[in-house]
Design a protein. Structure first.
Length: 302
């Protein structure tokens, strides 16, 4: 590109200022993904302007929408992506078993790690602020890990009985940073895109933005557009409850930030499913009442 005035980086993107405009430069070639999206009638993606030496050039676009409003638009867009790219295939039992075993192995590692870390911290005469905050929340960490184990077990037992499953084209890195909300609604940065189980996109969205947004309502909006099946809910819950490893080997300030981020995650996740589980319980009660009414009606006819 000619007449480059300035090169900068923002959210991992290389931005070029030229005399003809502002552009994003990315390595790779996503033309196959874009062609597939067009074939499925999904056009809400930032299209490439040109390709130069295996680099893709995109017109730089920015927006100033409030993050809460932007999040709602984003949910509507990636739910439409899932609707338009849904397909069905035979169950791959080897994959099911691999996911189940890998998840349990990682959960066992996390249990051991936090047990050892707890013993180490509690053996100290004086705890650092980060250590104290972690110990205050350690029981919640164990609860989350136990829930993740519980849901992956239920998912596995249900999944191995199925013969077909649905998959979608995942963006696979859903976040506010990867969404443009101006006169158009456009997803960008498709490098990680792949065909797989639908739950991973909302999970990535949650992990990427849990500190910035209220997700209970966003999850309800998404479920009104693209409702998870029972096995998808189980897998999603197992993913969300699987907390990450905190390594306290940085400065006191950074350690406190890391632990506080995890504490926020614990609180937000507890709230995430409150409304959803409440609605499910109400739906189950309605089904139970309807079933009983049908039984009573049949008995009266006899």
């Amino acid at each position: 590109m000619n007449n480059i005035n300035k090169i900068s980086f923002c959210n991992g993107e290389k931005i070029i200022n030229t005399n003809t405009g502002k552009y994003i430069i990315k390595e790779g070639n996503n033309s196959n993904i874009y062609n597939y999206l067009r074939s499925r009638g999904f056009n809400n993606f930032l299209d490439v302007e040109k390709s130069i030496n295996n680099n893709e050039v995109y017109l730089y676009r920015n927006d100033n929408l409030k993050k809460e409003d932007k999040a709602i638009d984003l949910v509507n867009v990636f739910s439409m992506l899932h609707i338009k790219t849904t397909s069905y295939k035979e169950i791959n039992l080897d994959k099911i078993k691999q996911v189940y075993e890998d998840t349990n192995r990682k959960l066992d590692e996390l249990f051991r790690y936090y047990y050892n870390l707890q013993d180490k911290i509690e053996s100290k005469v004086y705890m650092s602020p980060a250590e104290y905050l972690l110990i205050r929340n350690i029981s919640n960490i164990y609860k989350f890990l136990n829930k993740s184990k519980y849901y992956i077990e239920k998912w596995y037992n249900l999944k191995i009985k199925q013969t077909r499953e649905r998959i979608v084209l995942l963006h696979n890195n859903i976040s506010l940073n990867n969404f443009i909300d101006d006169k158009d609604l456009l997803l960008k940065n498709w490098d990680k895109s792949k065909k797989d189980w639908v739950v991973y996109d909302f999970y990535n969205f949650y992990r990427n933005n849990y500190k910035d947004l209220e997700f209970s309502s966003l999850f309800s909006i998404y479920q009104s557009k693209y409702k998870f099946s029972i096995d998808e809910v189980l897998l999603f819950k197992s993913l969300v409850y699987k907390v990450w490893k905190i390594e306290l080997n940085s400065s006191n300030y950074n350690n406190c930030v890391m632990v506080n981020d995890l504490v926020i995650y614990l609180e937000k996740t507890n709230n995430l499913f409150l409304e959803y589980d409440k609605k499910q319980q109400e739906a189950d009660k309605d089904k139970f009442k309807e079933k009983n009414n049908n039984i009573e009606s049949s008995s009266n006819k006899e």
